[in-house]
Each structure stands twice: as structure tokens, then as C-alpha cells.
Design a protein around this ligand. Structure first.
Ligand code: SAH
Length: 391
């Protein structure tokens, strides 16, 4: 048994239904809560019965995150082995090659933990004090299941600060490396890990990149916020020509290298510029593209940014509409969980009206099955997008 905390009466329902968190105001405060170190394991009681084990951090608004509702379960290497095997089994239904998100935090019952798999290299983000404290078990479990070449801990996510964790330099267990290799939809990518963003690769758009690639046959494409060329190069296999635009020169160095890796250099160009500025320049020059892709970074990082962030998406769509040719396509995505599908549709509607164009939504887009969503946890449903046809 771990130190015991209780749910305050009236706050139990959502948690009993499967919600994985308890907020600070939902837990009874006793002398104990002050004695607990951030990330300590605790048992949660409801009506004098233990109902969950997880970790507690009184400095975080999300004070408790559940690890197990089987209160007899030990939290040790075996616990991690079971969780990792469960996650692996789920991915095995969808992927035949070992490149995917292996652990998607709460939704894979390992709150505060992200693991992206690149064959036998694993890029790991630890985002909570509680998960940080369990790291030895995690490493042992990873070694037993995967015998990995490298576990690369990339602990630079700003959400660590909400937990009182520092943004840390990467640490490596196993062989160090410079280039992270990815194969996605039969396209090869190499990312210089030292200058990479997030875990190095955005696996969440795999299915959307495949869809765009299939659509790109015989078309011209412009890919805004192209990073290392995920959409650009998969589209370039089929397209007449692809332009990728990003404000990060290091991301574009990867993209250009990756074009060469796939013998696509003659069909691609990569431009280092602010996307808004690039659009303005092309609008002035009356340039048109059959497909315009917009996959910006999160414009809405917290709820208070929602209104200004939505203005950003609308501005972006408004400019993009001026670049899509007749009978062309626009793909717009948002990775801010505060932005709902309806918000994107509203931005689109207003931008269509402003441009006096009519558009049809062909598909609503989301992350692939290696980024499952928790039915009660809206935060896990962060990626949304629209594929729009413009007459
Ligand atoms: N579409 C990419 C992922 C995009 S991540 C993929 O499929 O992999 C967001 C990218 O936007 C980053 O590469 C970042 O460098 C770039 N970025 C951020 N602000 C930008 C801006 N104002 N103009 C152009 N690129 C920007």
C-alpha cells in the first residue's frame, strides 16, 4: 500500500468512468499531501475502498495520474513490461515495419511518457515527475523487450515546466548517433537528431501523407511548414513539382538531403521563409498550385490563446485559398488540442466567404492509430484537419 489520498465527494464520477487524472481540487487535502515528494506513488480511495494507484504532484494542477486500477498490481519492471507489450501488440495490427509511436502517454496507460520507435532506436520524452521517478523500471523493461541499440531521452518539452521539471539536454543509453532514420510509406528520411524538433519525426500524419501522395499524381504541390519534408517528399514521388516552405534552415537541410536520398531532387525545391511572407509573395506573383498543404505548429498552446490562435489559422487559410488553383485541394491541419474540428470549419467558412470561393470538405483528418485517443481525455485528441476541394 502507498500513502492514501481520497477523492472529494462529488468528484468521483468521471474518474470512475475512466478519466485518468484527478485535479488538485478533487483530492482531499490531508497532512500527507504536504509530506509527499512530487511524483510519489499513492493509492486513491473512494468510499473507503482503494480504487487506483498512480503518482501525485501537488505542484501540478493535474495532481494525480493513474497508473493502474488493479490495486494489487506492483509498479515495477514487470508493470512496464506488461504495458509495453500491450502497446506493441496494438501497433502490430497496423504496422509491419518498426517505425511508429509506441507509447502515447495516458492512452497507453503510461501517463507522462512518449516513446517513438525508429527500428531499434527509441526516442523518449518524460514529461512528469512521477514518470521520471520510474525511469529505472522503464529502462529495464525496454532492454528486456527490445534489446535496443539506443534509448535517446529528449527531455526538452516545455510541458515539463508545468511539473517543475527542468528542460534538459538529451541523455543517451546505448550507442550515440547523429542521424535518425525513418522509413514511412516507402519513403526514406534522415533527421539530424541534434537539430530535430519534438521526437525528431511527426508520425501522427503518416496516413494523411499517404493520402496526399496518392492525390498528388500529375499535380503541383506547395507544402507549408514542411519540416524535414514529410509531406513534400511523399507527394513528390507522384507530383509534377513540389515546393516546401519552412522558417527553419536546419529542418530544410534535412529535407534537401532527404530529397536526394529518394532521388527526388529534380522535382523539389525547399524555401526558407516565414510561411505568411512566402504566401504574400506568391499571391502578388499570381502563382497557383493544385495542392496547398498547411501543417503549422500549434498556434493555440493554452486556452487563453484560443481567439488569437484561431485568427492565425483563419489568416493562413485565407492566404492559402488565394494560391489554390481551380479544382484544386487545400489540406489544413491543427495540432492544438484546444482547437476543435468545428473551429477549423468556421475559419474555413469565413475565409471562403472572404475570397468568394466555394469549397467542399472531402475528409476530416486526424492522427493515425499509433496515436490513439482516450474517449474521455480531449487532450489526447489533439490533431485535426480538413481536406478541402475548391472549385
Ligand atoms: N508538416 C511537418 C511538420 C510541421 S512542424 C511534417 O509533416 O513533418 C511545424 C514546422 O513549422 C516546423 O518545421 C517549424 O520550423 C515550422 N515553422 C514554425 N513557424 C513557421 C513560420 N512562421 N513559417 C514557416 N515555418 C514555420
Amino acid at each position: 500500500m502507498f500513502p492514501i489520498l481520497s477523492i472529494l465527494s462529488g468528484y468521483h464520477k468521471r474518474f470512475l468512468q475512466g478519466y485518468p487524472w484527478l485535479y488538485a481540487n478533487e483530492i482531499s487535502k490531508s497532512y500527507l499531501t504536504k509530506e509527499l515528494e512530487p511524483g510519489d506513488l499513492v493509492t486513491i480511495m473512494y468510499q473507503d475502498k482503494p480504487i487506483a494507484i498512480g503518482y501525485f504532484n501537488r505542484h501540478s494542477l493535474i495532481s494525480f495520474r493513474v497508473l493502474t486500477r488493479t490495486v494489487s498490481e506492483s509498479i515495477d519492471t514487470t508493470f512496464f513490461i506488461k504495458r509495453l507489450k500491450k502497446a506493441l501488440k496494438l501497433r502490430s495490427h497496423f504496422y509491419t515495419s518498426p517505425f511508429y509511436r509506441l507509447i502515447h502517454a495516458e492512452v497507453d496507460d503510461l501517463p507522462g511518457l512518449i516513446i517513438d520507435r525508429f527500428d531499434d532506436v527509441f526516442v523518449i520524452q518524460i514529461n512528469t515527475q512521477g514518470m521520471q521517478k520510474l525511469i529505472t523500471y522503464l529502462v529495464e523493461a525496454m532492454q528486456q523487450i527490445f534489446n535496443p541499440t539506443t534509448l535517446y531521452f529528449k527531455n526538452d518539452s516545455p510541458i515539463r515546466e508545468l511539473e517543475g521539471l527542468p528542460l534538459a539536454e538529451p541523455t543517451v543509453i546505448g550507442s550515440s548517433f547523429k542521424d535518425l532514420n525513418v522509413i514511412e510509406n516507402e519513403t526514406k528520411f534522415t533527421i539530424d537528431i541534434s537539430s530535430s524538433q519534438k521526437t525528431g519525426w511527426f508520425f501522427d500524419h503518416r496516413e494523411n501523407r499517404k493520402m496526399i501522395a496518392e492525390l498528388a499524381k500529375g499535380k503541383t504541390v506547395i507544402d507549408y511548414f514542411c519540416y524535414s519534408g514529410g509531406f513534400s517528399l511523399q507527394a513528390a514521388k507522384y507530383a509534377i513539382h513540389v515546393t516546401g516552405v519552412d522558417s527553419s534552415e536546419t529542418a530544410l537541410q534535412n529535407a534537401r538531403y532527404n530529397a536526394g536520398l529518394n532521388q527526388l531532387t529534380n522535382k523539389c525545391e525547399f524555401v526558407c521563409l516565414n510561411a505568411f511572407k512566402d504566401m504574400d509573395e506568391r499571391i502578388t506573383k499570381n502563382q497557383y498550385f493544385d495542392i496547398v498543404i498547411l501543417d503549422p505548429p500549434a498556434f493555440v498552446k493554452s486556452k487563453k490563446d484560443l481567439i488569437s490562435g484561431l485568427k492565425g489559422y483563419e489568416k493562413l487559410i485565407n492566404k492559402a485559398l488565394q494560391l489554390v488553383s481551380n479544382n484544386g485541394f487545400l489540406m489544413v491541419a491543427s495540432c492544438s488540442y484546444h482547437v476543435k474540428e468545428i473551429d477549423l470549419k468556421n475559419c474555413l467558412t469565413r475565409a471562403l466567404y472572404k475570397n468568394q470561393r466555394s469549397g467542399k470538405i472531402l475528409r476530416t483528418l486526424f492522427a493515425g492509430p499509433d496515436h490513439p485517443t482516450h474517449p474521455l481525455l480531449e487532450e489526447s485528441n489533439y490533431l485535426k484537419g480538413l481536406l478541402v476541394y475548391l472549385e
